[in-house]
Write a protein that binds this ligand. Structure first.
Ligand SMILES: NC(=O)CC[C@H](N)C(=O)O
Length: 380
């Protein structure tokens, strides 16, 4: 498609934004959310948790560094669409392989630039996340509005099993470093089974960096499948959609936790651990999507700046007696972390793996390793 073809974003409430296309031609439908991270558009686009969502980036200049093969967080791009204010004329970076529009087109992502993302963000913030449609190339705003109105709500959608791997595999490779790129996995000390509900690769790299051999299993693997591998710990990944309909995962997690195996969950994995422990989850108004969210660790009372991407949350008022709150968002007071008091299981709502974002929560990976160490010693 010719660059600068017309494009439109229409929200279900009728709000219409006219701009130009910077990606594939066609129409895309999704829940429109905004992300305030100033860097990391490639990691965001390739985070499977964004399946079914059109992402608006509030930082105004997107595309400055182009795209490369290294900054992928999964096997491809998962966001349903991209909305930005301004695409710089030139992209430049020593790792750049192509520019953002070519990258979006190749991955068939419909994307719009040149709209007032501040107006859009204010609508999403005051009314809440809502469905929307981007059309690029051929425009029919009436059709776009009808499609936005007809799109299903994110509440009630099980997308984890849709994006998950279909076959288990062994993960290889640890964190990226300047000069070396991705390092090989560290010497193996633990075996972790990771449930893939839409896992981000930097989580697996963080585990490998700490001496974990990681076996990734599909979302619908049973507890028996996981425990048959005799893991030192089980990891529950991030992922898209509503956690509540994922009954297969909730059942498996309950059984894994009851076995006494150390468990660590991130984002969707955190919400699923909450549900498996008897708590309830709820849909938030516009969620948390960004890389600068203050979260307080309720044990140390320290405040950490964190990476976030979620539209659902565990409802703190529903926590049963054997679950305690460990972290809290200082933006809205919502629950950010939990820990079981009767089993070695804990979880975090934000993203300790960053990618993009600050690394201040990486201590949670160390906590998981310490739990595995302790339970290894106990079972000897
Ligand atoms: N990043 C995630 O794992 C997101 C979890 C869930 N889909 C939510 O929106 O809350």
């Amino acid at each position: 498609m010719s660059r600068n073809a017309p494009a439109v974003l229409v929200l279900a409430d009728g709000s219409t934004f006219r701009g130009f296309s910077i990606g594939a031609e066609g129409q895309t439908v999704g829940e429109v959310v905004f992300n305030t991270a100033m860097t990391g558009y490639q990691e965001i686009l390739s985070d499977p948790s964004y399946a079914g969502q059109i992402v608006t980036l509030t930082y105004p200049h997107i595309g400055n560094v182009g795209a490369n093969r290294e900054d992928l967080e999964s096997r491809g791009l998962f966001a349903a669409g991209l909305v930005i204010r301004d695409l710089p004329l030139a992209a430049s970076n020593w790792r750049k392989e192509e520019d953002l529009p070519a990258y979006l087109e190749r991955h068939k992502i419909v994307a719009i630039a040149g709209i007032d993302t501040r107006r859009l963000t204010r609508i999403l913030r005051s009314k809440g996340a809502q469905n929307g449609v981007i059309q690029a190339g051929t425009i029919d705003e009436k059709v776009a509005l009808a499609a936005a109105k007809a799109a299903p709500s994110m509440a009630g959608l099980d997308l984890a099993k849709v994006v998950s791997c279909t076959k288990g595999y062994d993960w290889n490779g640890s964190l990226w470093a300047l000069g070396t790129g991705y390092k090989p996995s560290a010497e193996v000390k633990f075996h972790v089974v990771a449930y893939d509900y839409g896992v981000k690769h930097n989580i697996l790299r963080n585990l490998a960096e700490r001496g974990c051999k990681v076996t990734v299993l599909p979302a619908q693997a049973t507890a028996k499948d996981a425990l048959a591998l005799k893991p030192d710990g089980v990891f529950l990944s991030n992922g898209p959609g509503d956690p509540e309909p994922c009954d297969y995962a909730i059942k498996a997690i309950r059984e894994v936790v009851d076995s006494g195996t150390p468990v660590f969950g991130i984002c969707l994995g955190h919400q699923l651990l909450g549900l498996a422990s008897g708590a309830k989850t709820m849909k938030m108004k516009f969620g948390h999507h960004g890389a600068n969210h203050p979260v307080q660790d309720l044990d140390s009372m320290r405040v950490h700046i964190t990476s976030q991407n979620h539209g659902f949350a565990v409802d703190e008022s529903t926590l049963p007696k054997n679950v305690r709150a460990t972290h809290k968002s200082l933006f809205d007071g919502s629950l950010q972390g939990i820990e079981r008091t009767d089993q070695p299981a804990f979880s975090f709502q934000g993203h300790p793996e960053a990618s993009p974002g600050p690394h201040e929560m990486a201590y949670l990976f160390d906590k998981f390793v310490a739990l595995m160490e302790k339970s290894k010693v106990k079972s000897k």
